[in-house]
Design a protein around this ligand. Structure first.
Ligand code: CAO
Length: 425
């Protein structure tokens, strides 16, 4: 028996969309939920699944065409059970590959790899796999369940190499991409909700942070620095600079002090060599500054901080953060950093633990300074204390090196004599 597949309601006031890909051909066997089309509307890219299983006998749409809700897409010859399948020579439906076998495999891998805690079972995707028929055929031949494979192609499409990597990771007992799927929960069952889309910057930040969190073994050290004298110096420099109205904040001083610390401890201004067997030490000091923009986090680079004074750095910081907020940064201004500073001091909070941005190996978090009592025996003085945190890649920096780096940084910032040596003016 033949049945038509019509374009279902696309939701959210979308009546039509463009066909960006037709994923099946006449003669292909499909199962319920096998993606058959990829559509692009103004709001999103989406896959249209087959509602029924069977064999595609006719296709009425093609790539680039605009189609509307209710339009006839394809005709499917329905499988009437095993007997008919055999009789008609219908291929086994693509999707219904033995997930149980895969689950068993995953469980087996987990069991076999018990002595190696790094091994993770593959994570099953909650959405239908997005792959071309030839990749589906390839996966079927190898017995790989595509719902366990992470796609690295455009829009998460599963490529032949992804299937090969998945098989390899299963054979070696090592998961290539252990990103857990986000659980698909219907939150509306507990109250009103609204779903908004993440813009490109937030999506990229999310991907980078996830990868950094999964690949870099990171630790964070904490310290508090007495910046009472430095703050007096900053204010007097600010008054000198007040003629041109530009603001001198604490950050350029921290950039200078960090650069001195990076020079003192060269491993902190390095990257791991790709084979993991060496360190690439950088003899330049390009500091990346995290900037909070309405679109999300941008991290432009200020180059050669060791060669610039506080006034130059203040001006460059103001310029580059304005450019970031106006979305005017060019790729060159976002690349080549050797160390990052993320300052939430202008906003508030006592401490936070920033995430290392690979290939860099360390990042400094700056929180808001506050006047606090510092005890000297039974007496105490009121001092302006600045909370700092250093997150670092433990493959490159040991805790002791991080503590030395922080102690050195503390000395640079708490004793302004050190500042006058640091090409500040
Ligand atoms: N303690 C106390 N006050 C501080 C301070 C600190 N550590 N750091 C800044 N301030 C003060 C400044 O002196 C300034 O005071 P005035 O308004 O009285 O002059 C005010 O806070 C605002 O400073 P600012 O934020 O405009 O300037 P900045 O040079 O300190 O920072 C920039 C510039 C671009 C880093 C910052 O604006 C920003 O975007 N920070 C957010 C970074 C971020 O989001 N990090 C998180 C990354 S992880 O998600």
């Amino acid at each position: 028996m033949n049945k038509n597949i019509l374009l279902p309601n696309l939701g959210e006031g979308v009546d039509s969309a463009n066909v960006s890909e037709v994923l099946v051909s006449i003669g292909d066997a499909v199962a319920e939920d096998t993606p058959i089309l990829v559509l692009e509307s103004e709001k999103a890219t989406m896959e249209i699944p087959a509602e029924i299983s069977g064999k595609i006998v006719d296709i009425f749409v093609e790539k680039g065409e605009q189609i509307s809700t209710g339009q006839k897409l394809m005709v499917v010859e329905i499988n009437d059970g095993k007997k008919d399948e055999k009789k008609a020579g219908v291929e086994k439906p693509i999707e219904k590959e033995s997930p149980k076998t895969e689950e068993k495999e995953a469980a087996k891998t987990k069991k076999e790899s018990k002595p190696q805690p790094a091994v993770e079972p593959p994570q099953k995707s909650t959405t239908a796999p997005f792959a071309s028929p030839s990749v589906r055929r390839f996966a079927r031949e190898l017995g790989a369940d595509l719902s366990f494979v992470t796609g690295t192609g455009q829009k998460g499409r599963i490529l032949k190499e992804d299937v090969q990597n998945f098989i390899k990771s299963q054979l070696t007992g090592r998961a290539a991409t252990p990103t857990p799927a986000i659980p698909d929960i219907d939150f509306s069952q507990w109250g009103e909700i609204e779903t908004v889309s993440l813009n490109k910057i937030r999506r990229i930040t999310g991907e980078r942070m996830t990868s950094a969190w999964q690949t870099v073994p990171q630790v964070t050290n904490f310290d508090k620095v007495d910046i009472t004298e430095l703050e007096d110096m900053r204010r007097s420099m600010q008054s000198i600079n007040s003629k041109d109205n530009s603001k001198i904040t604490l950050l350029p001083f921290i950039m200078k002090a960090c650069t001195k610390a990076l020079q003192e401890f060269p491993d902190t201004n390095s990257s791991l060599a790709p084979n993991g067997q060496g360190l690439i030490l950088k003899k330049y000091y390009h500091i990346r500054i995290a900037v909070d923009t309405p679109e999300g986090l941008m991290v432009p680079v200020i180059r050669d901080v060791d060669k610039k004074n506080i006034f130059e750095l203040s001006n460059e910081l103001a310029e580059i953060s304005q450019k970031a907020r106006e979305k005017k940064l060019v790729p060159d201004e976002l690349s080549g950093g050797t160390f990052t500073i993320s300052s939430l001091g202008g906003i508030g909070g006592t401490y936070f633990t920033p995430i290392v941005n690979p290939p860099e190996v360390a990042i400094l978090g700056v929180s808001r300074s506050k006047v606090e009592p510092v005890f000297n025996g039974a007496d105490f003085d009121a001092k302006l204390l600045l909370p700092l945190t250093l997150s670092y890649d433990h493959r490159v920096i040991d805790g002791a090196l991080a503590a030395r780096f922080m102690k050195f940084l503390n000395m640079q910032l708490s004793d302004i004599k050190n500042m006058s040596d640091a090409n500040v003016f």
